[in-house]
Design a protein around this ligand. Structure first.
Ligand code: GRF
Length: 223
């Protein structure tokens, strides 16, 4: 039987790590095309890092405050990634901006999840932004990381309804549930080369540019 070579993934976190947990759970399935080979947190006290350690995953606390500059921090990060022979980086609540050099080096091999339907509501406080804009649908987006924050080519999106009674935390919880389904699905699409980056466009193996009707890349609203 042909053994499929799994992509080696590093997950970068800064906090709670619930998306990391969803990726770890998915990667435990025998036919999932990626394995979680490393978890790195720039915050040593991150609860997600403690969880990953308890699971027996290889973990590193890489405290950015101990580095005199962003390039020094990223130099050490790069060494760790090379040492672990990492193919793909999945940012999961990683709260550090990367330099254009680091982004260029990993372009097409680094993905992120953002809790809004990009290009709407970039940056922080996305749920507050969505509620004050009065939109009726929000969601989450997995995208390749590019030099501009929250602006990289979109791989997959999930939509959720906004209810009239929603407070910020209600919407956050509903979107987070969608994130936990979307991120493993999107990482699988990248890991098995179904979705890849050509210049600034996501190209789909079976559907050509733009991924028209690529159902795995779209999760629709449901109540
Ligand atoms: C998620 O909402 C993710 O979309 C955003 O940061 C949050 C991280 O949550 N980038 P968690 O640490 O994965 O629980």
């Amino acid at each position: 039987m042909n053994q499929v070579v799994k992509k080696r993934v590093a997950i970068l976190i800064s906090g709670r790590g619930s998306n990391m947990q969803a990726l770890v759970a998915a990667a435990r399935e025998p036919d999932y095309p990626a394995e979680i080979a490393l978890v790195i947190s720039n915050r040593p006290e991150a609860p997600g890092l403690a969880w990953a350690r308890e699971q027996g995953l290889p973990t590193v606390a890489l405290d950015h405050k101990r580095y005199e500059s962003r390039p020094h921090f990223e130099g050490q990060l790069q060494s760790l990634l090379e040492l672990s022979r990492i193919d793909l980086i999945a940012l999961a609540g990683f709260m550090r901006l990367m330099t254009p050099d680091f982004v260029a080096r990993w372009y097409g091999r680094m993905i992120n999840i953002h809790p809004s339907l990009l290009p709407a509501f970039k940056g922080l406080d996305t749920h507050r932004q969505a509620l004050s804009a009065g939109v009726r649908i929000s969601g989450c987006t997995v995208h390749f990381v590019s030099a501009e924050m929250d602006a990289g080519p979109i791989i997959a999106q999930a939509a959720v309804p906004i209810l009239c009674s929603d407070k910020e935390q209600d919407l956050a919880a509903r979107v987070l549930t969608a994130e936990h389904k979307l991120y493993p699905a999107a990482l699988a699409l990248v890991a098995n080369d179904q979705a890849s980056l050509r210049e600034t466009t996501v190209v789909w193996q079976s559907f050509g540019a733009a991924g028209i009707n690529h159902p795995e890349a779209l999760f629709s609203p449901s109540l």
